[in-house]
Design a protein around this ligand. Structure first.
Ligand code: ADP
Ligand code: MG
Length: 242
């Protein structure tokens, strides 16, 4: 069953077309990696899926619901879709636990006591139990990014979007964040990820999409896209980054 369907997505900023007649299907439990040069539209696409950017044309369906319908209240839809950015943006004056509790307390109107069991379990699941009461500046970049992922998971999303979440990390901290994604994948989470981590995409993705000029120029299973790219531009991009 297909979980997320994008059809004929069109998005411009002023007179600049950034997403150009783009189609994408993400099956339940799949990890889809978006690769492509800077400016190819990866972040904009993720922001459109999360309804942070309105699309100009086309539609986005999540489990059969047209979430791009302008009549629809975006708030409950956004709760179903977690988004994690390159910059973790944890509040510095709040502990890791308080950062994670903030959105479910405000949006789901749950108390700290109601939230604590589930949130403790999340910290435990991702190996951060001993850091729950730490402030962001007491954590490494990798730990902060893992807290940011937990913060998104605390809203119990059905699908997770990741925008270059390891790009700001020192190389030795990238692995622990990618491990969280491997774990989520093993647990059946549906994920779309913009990434420069080609080795990870090759290992974990079910489908890799190469974006160029706001279009998916080529897509396929990683062994095909990396091993036997069909388009000259895909070949040029891969030979520059691999
Ligand atoms: P990527 O994530 O692949 O680097 P982006 O989606 O960030 O690409 O950007 C795609 C294009 O859209 C770029 O040319 C960028 O300058 C432009 N763009 C992105 N956001 C905005 C915005 N809010 N206003 C104007 N142009 C934007
Ligand atoms: Mg980007």
């Amino acid at each position: 069953m297909t979980h997320l369907v994008l059809r004929n997505i069109q998005k411009s900023f002023g007179n600049k077309t950034v997403i150009d007649d783009l189609d994408l299907e993400v099956a339940e439990g799949d990890m889809v990696c978006l690769i492509g040069a800077s400016g190819s539209g990866k972040s904009t696409l993720l922001r459109c899926i999360n309804l942070l950017e309105p699309i100009d044309d086309g539609y986005i369906e999540l489990d059969g619901l047209d979430i791009s319908d302008p009549e629809l209240d975006p708030q409950p839809v956004r709760q179903r879709i977690g988004l994690v950015f390159q910059s973790f943006n944890l509040f510095p004056h709040m502990t890791a636990e308080e950062n994670v509790m903030l959105a479910p307390r405000r949006i789901k109107r749950l108390s700290r006591e109601q939230l604590r069991p589930d949130i403790s379990a999340l910290f435990q699941r991702f190996g951060l139990s001993e850091h729950m009461q730490h402030y962001p500046d007491q954590l490494s970049g990798g730990q902060q990014q893992r807290v940011a992922i937990i913060r998104a998971l605390a809203m119990q999303p059905e699908i997770m979007l990741f925008d270059e979440i390891t790009s700001a990390l020192d190389p030795e901290l990238v692995g622990e964040v990618l491990d969280v994604l491997r774990q989520l994948k093993a647990q059946g989470m549906t994920m779309v990820m913009a990434t420069h981590e080609m080795g990870f995409a090759r290992e974990v993705a079910d489908k890799v999409c190469f974006l160029s000029g706001g279009r998916i120029l080529e897509q396929g299973p990683p062994e095909q896209l990396f091993g036997n790219p069909q388009q000259a531009r895909t070949q040029a991009f891969l030979s520059a980054v691999l």
